[in-house]
Design a protein around this ligand. Sequence first.
Ligand code: SDX
Length: 435
Amino acid sequence: MTDSTKPAATLTLAGSNKSLSLPMLDASIGPTVLDIRKLYDTLGVFTYDPGFGATASCESKITYIDGDAGVLLYRGYPIEQLAEHSDFLEICYLLLNGDLPNATQRDEFNRGVMRHTMLHEQIRRFWDGFRRDAHPMAVMCGVVGAMAAFYHDSVDITNEEHRRIAAFRLIAKVPTIAAWAYKYSIGQPFIYPRNDLGYAENFLYMMQAVPCEDYKLSPVLAKAMDRLFILHADHEQNASTSTVRLAGSTGANPFACIAAGIAALWGPAHGGANEAVLKMLAEIGNKKNIPEFIRKVKDKNSSVRLMGFGHRVYKNYDPRAKIMQKTCHEVLNELGIKNEPLLDLAVELERIALEDEYFVQRRLYPNVDFYSGIILKAMGIPTPMFTVLFAVARTVGWVSQWKEMIEDPSQRLGRPRQIYTGPTQRDYVPVGKRA
Ligand code: SDX
């Protein structure tokens, strides 16, 4: 990020002779930014941007989104090429280290991650305290946060080796925690990880194997799961990543920061949308109910939203949704599912929505969550686990962004300001004198 040669903007307050020259900071691609760090000290005013729609909270070199063009790059590589040619562990290396690994780096990294897949045996006992019908995201928040109670040799954020080991432990152990959350919910024994399997294969193995028979995994399904992880790995400063950065800016340990990210991802406006899409499709039931559903969505008095549609940044097709739709057909074919009513419904819903002025005018398109749930349901993953899988994949993005923040010399404690519109100062009134 360099000071731009472009003329800076000058801000002059109406009715005052005060003005401030705002430097423009150059991006390698995408919008330049106005550096307003001196604004309050010089002009005594704040900016106001609820939801941070026009506010850059940090400098990052990891992921870039062009919302108008529907472009997503991980360290400069287009998501379409990575989804086609790469695998999730290679993406983990890329996001964490900034470039694709050579063969030696790749093998060493993969060994490093896949040797951290087991959990401390005492962590298993956490599950005894959960109800069987606990939402698995609640289990994820609790167990990931509690990793700080076990792995004391990777909580010192000022120690590079601690940060490196914490990154490996989080990327490697979150799939185990996720799979055990599922097994616990169905009363089946926990399946220990197998380090000879690939990352996605091992996750499906821990989710679906049972001790009493051999487990056969389809390479097509393993590839589909690996691709889902790639598509969900990182996405600039989304709500959960911003939560991780804010928690990290206080100096909190990495496990606490990632647990905070998991909590933020849970919301239906964010990572919980994939679960909400399946519920929405089930409620619509069949194509003849679509017009009435769309009417409700357009009715300002109803809170009904077309889940899996719309995005704060994408005002074009989410490139991940296109890849997800293609993967959906591959998975259904592999499983011999000739017609999946939910997919037919989703495709018809998308067709109608993309022609409807309400959605066109607001530039609402399918996002990453619109098709992912259909794939996961076809693979036998229960709906409450959908956001858990999102968290498994996004852990590397959160850790990469957290690492970048910690290593950024300009980073400081995050502490937004506000516009106060509450009562002006007043004196306390004893209860006997109140109205
Ligand atoms: C993810 O940030 C990320 O990168 C997130 C993510 C990632 O990888 O980390 O991409 C993952 O969270 C994807 C988004 C998943 N969420 C959903 O699918 C939930 C449904 N979508 C919406 O709730 C909504 O689109 C948001 C929350 C995603 C974005 O909303 P914004 O940017 O705050 O936009 P808005 O709410 O101000 O909406 C603008 C207009 C409004 O209408 P008007 O008041 O102008 O008349 O569009 C309407 C909204 O009512 N609108 C929708 C809609 N989304 C927006 N109307 C119907 N259905 C929708 N889904």
